[in-house]
Design a protein around this ligand. Structure first.
Ligand SMILES: [Zn+2]
Length: 335
């Protein structure tokens, strides 16, 4: 049998973490010349959807010995996002607009400049307007011979069923903290303990763990977010509404609420004496203190409220109003 093992420096051995089955499946399709016209890669934020799409674009166009070799011209240009035949489409402003899909349709029939075929990576398709999804459907119904489509989305449920049914779906799952920790140790030569904590905090998202190592300010930001949350629980109504007003103007409020969500899930696990280990292991002392102060019902209510608020903000609800309601659903601690 042909050896398809990859060198350590390739994105599989080196950069792509977890979901090995997806890599194996796509490699097998490539090897046997059965790569489909359209793939839909789904999964949570920062689990590796775009990384996998880019990797597939490399593997498909690689001219090195063991695709993707990560060294040849196509591999290098794709990694740097400047290959003339690999197009990345993502939202501009609030959505992926129909103009972006139309522009793609104009170049789709053209012969590729240097690749075997053009590849369009459409990132977070759930952000596409209904008109843009409709337009894309036409391309999927009559796929151009000289183009492959690699779509990503957080969930297939949010897309038109007719789009999903025309793609081969590759559902990526959260990655185990062991796998992420091993990759961090191998890639960054991190200390064992440090890597394990970061891997847990990343909550199954290798992309988050890598960002946290490469941009230490992300970890500092998380620390500030958690400190603010803990302080908020001691505030009265007026203090909370002032906080909410401030939060409603922050660009990264989804990030903030995502961290809150993992926090309240941890608190609930602790209050309920669950055997499931918490995510925020580096803040165990704060978590245990909080779990000792509140009732399970309060933790459950806070978690549910954060989830509902994230949902409402995703649906473009009035941010200030949604956050004000959330403030009243968080437990109050005595000073
Ligand atoms: Zn290559």
């Amino acid at each position: 049998m042909e050896d398809t093992s990859l060198p350590e420096h390739s994105p599989i051995g080196y950069g792509f973490i977890g979901n090995r089955w997806a890599v194996d499946l796509l490699l097998e399709r490539l090897r046997t010349g059965r790569l489909g016209h359209a793939y839909l890669i789904t999964g949570p934020d920062q689990v590796g959807k775009t990384t996998l799409a880019r990797w597939l674009a490399q593997a498909f166009n690689c001219i090195g010995e063991r695709p993707p070799c990560w060294r040849c011209r196509p591999c290098d240009l794709i990694a740097r996002g400047i290959h003339p035949d690999v197009h990345l489409i993502q939202r501009e402003g609030r959505s992926i607009k129909i103009e972006a899909i139309r522009a793609l349709q104009q170049i789709a029939p053209l012969r590729p400049l240097e690749a075997r075929c053009r590849i369009a990576i459409i990132r977070n398709l759930q952000d596409a307007t209904p008109e843009a999804q409709d337009a894309l459907l036409k391309t999927l119904e009559e796929p151009p011979a000289s183009m492959r489509l690699l779509l990503t989305a957080d969930s297939a449920d949010k897309l038109l069923a007719t789009i999903v049914s025309r793609c081969q779906v590759v559902p990526l799952r959260p990655v185990s903290s062991e796998e992420i920790a091993e990759a961090l140790i191998r890639r960054y030569d991190m200390l064992d303990e440090e890597a394990r904590i970061l891997a847990r905090v990343s909550d199954g998202r290798p992309g988050w763990a890598i960002s946290a190592v490469e941009q230490p300010e992300l970890l500092n930001r998380r620390k500030v977010i958690l400190d603010d949350l803990i302080a908020l629980l001691h505030r009265d109504r007026a203090g909370r509404f002032a906080f909410s007003e401030d939060l409603s103007r922050q660009d990264d409020r989804a990030l903030i609420l995502g961290i809150w969500q993992s926090w309240w899930r941890d608190v609930l696990l602790l209050v309920e004496r669950s055997q499931v280990p918490p995510i925020n292991v580096d803040r165990l002392e704060n978590l245990e203190y909080l779990a000792g102060q509140i009732h399970p019902e309060e933790a459950r209510r806070a978690l549910q409220a954060v989830r509902q608020t994230l949902d409402a903000l995703n649906k473009n609800a009035n941010a200030r109003l949604a956050l004000d309601i959330l403030m009243l659903d968080l437990p109050t601690l005595n000073s």
